[in-house]
Design a protein around this ligand. Structure first.
Ligand SMILES: Nc1ncnc2c1ncn2[C@@H]1O[C@H](COP(=O)(O)OP(=O)(O)O)[C@@H](O)[C@H]1O
Ligand SMILES: [Mg+2]
Length: 293
C-alpha cells in the first residue's frame, strides 16, 4: 500500500472503490461537489474525480452541460483534460487528469503578485479562453478559484460546472448564473448574453490577482449591493496599479458587452508585453509554497 493511501485524509478504499478507480484522498471542495485524487487500478495512472450528487433535475441539466463541454475542450492544452464519466447510485463521477500544482485563488490570497507575473498568467489564461470561445462555449465561472497553475509552468482552466454552448452570433438567456462578485452586468440583470460575459469575469479576476480578492469583497455591503454597484460601472480605482494594468482592466469591464474586446483582441494589449516565462512564475510559487494555505 502506498504512503499516500495511509494519509490521515485517506478515503477508506473498500467503502469507496469505484470499480475501475480507487479514491486516495479529497483534494478539493467546491459548491457543487467534492474532488478526489484517485488511481485507475487498471493502468495505475493517477487522476482526479469530481463527485456530484445528482438528485435534482436541475443538477442533471448542469451536469450534462459540464460533461459535454469538458469533452469538447479536452484537446486544449490550457484546459483540464476530461477522461471519463459514470454514474454510481445518485452520484455522477467525472474523471479527469490530476493537475499537479496550485489553485490560483490560494496563490493570490497568500502571495503578492508583481504586475509582470499577473501579465504572464493573463496571457496564458487568455490563450485558453480564446480557444474555448472559438468552440462557442462560454465558461460562465471565470475566477481565480477555477484556474490552476501547474508545477511545470502551465495554467489550466477547470470547473465547467456552469459552462454552456452559445450559438455563433447568438445569445444565451438564463437566470443568474456564475459566482456573484465576478458576474457580468448583463447576467445579473437577466439580459441575453454571449462569450463577452467571460471577459467581464476575466477583468474582475485580474483585479482579484492584484488585490487578493474581487473588488469590494471585504466591505460590509451585501453581495447584491456590490454586484449592482459593479454593474453600474462603479469600479474602484486602484492607484497602486500601473496605467497599463488599469487600462487593461477597464477594457474588460466595459458595461456594454459589445465594447469589450474578445480574448483574441486582449492578447494584443500592451499590458501583456511585460509577461515573463510561466515556468519562472511556477518556480517562484514553489519556493513560497509554505505560505500557501
Ligand atoms: N483536475 C484537478 N486536479 C487537481 N485539483 C483539482 C482538479 N479539479 C478540481 N480540483 C480542485 O478542486 C476544487 C473544486 O473543483 P471545481 O471543479 O472547481 O468544483 P466546484 O464546481 O465545486 O467549484 C478546485 O478549486 C481545485 O482546487
Ligand atoms: Mg470551482
Amino acid at each position: 500500500m502506498s504512503t499516500v493511501i495511509r494519509n490521515e485524509n485517506a478515503v477508506k478504499s473498500r467503502r469507496f472503490a469505484l470499480d475501475k478507480y480507487r479514491l486516495i484522498k479529497q483534494i478539493g471542495q467546491g459548491g457543487c461537489g467534492k474532488v478526489y485524487l484517485a488511481k485507475n487500478i487498471v493502468n495505475s495512472e493517477q487522476c482526479a474525480i469530481k463527485r456530484i450528487c445528482t438528485q435534482t433535475a436541475i443538477a442533471n441539466k448542469y451536469l450534462a452541460d459540464e460533461i459535454s463541454t469538458m469533452k469538447a475542450v479536452k484537446h486544449i492544452p490550457g484546459v483540464v483534460r476530461y477522461i471519463d464519466s459514470f454514474k454510481k447510485q445518485e452520484t455522477t463521477n467525472i474523471v479527469m487528469e490530476h493537475i499537479n500544482g496550485w489553485n490560483l485563488q490560494s496563490i493570490v490570497e497568500n502571495l503578492e503578485l508583481e504586475e509582470r507575473v499577473i501579465a504572464t498568467l493573463c496571457k496564458s489564461i487568455l490563450k485558453s479562453l480564446q480557444q474555448v470561445h472559438e468552440l462557442q462555449i462560454i465558461h460562465r465561472d471565470i475566477k481565480c478559484g477555477n484556474i490552476m497553475l501547474t508545477n511545470d509552468g502551465e495554467t489550466k482552466l477547470i470547473d465547467f460546472g456552469y459552462a454552456t454552448y452559445c450559438p455563433e452570433g447568438g445569445h444565451v438567456r438564463s437566470g443568474k448564473i456564475g459566482s456573484m462578485f465576478w458576474m457580468a452586468p448583463e447576467i445579473s440583470q437577466r439580459k441575453p448574453y454571449n462569450e463577452k460575459s467571460d471577459i467581464w469575469s476575466f477583468g474582475i479576476m485580474v483585479m482579484e490577482m492584484f488585490l487578493g480578492d474581487p473588488p469590494y469583497y471585504s466591505t460590509d455591503e451585501t453581495n447584491e449591493f456590490i454586484v449592482n454597484r459593479l454593474a453600474q460601472g462603479d469600479i474602484p480605482i486602484v492607484d497602486s496599479m500601473s496605467s497599463e494594468l488599469q487600462e487593461f482592466v477597464q477594457r474588460c469591464l466595459a458595461i456594454s458587452p459589445e465594447d469589450r474586446p474578445s480574448a483574441e483582441e486582449l492578447l494584443n494589449d500592451k499590458f501583456l508585453d511585460s509577461a515573463i516565462p510561466l515556468t519562472d512564475v511556477s518556480h517562484s510559487v514553489a519556493q513560497n509554497e509554505d505560505r500557501l494555505k
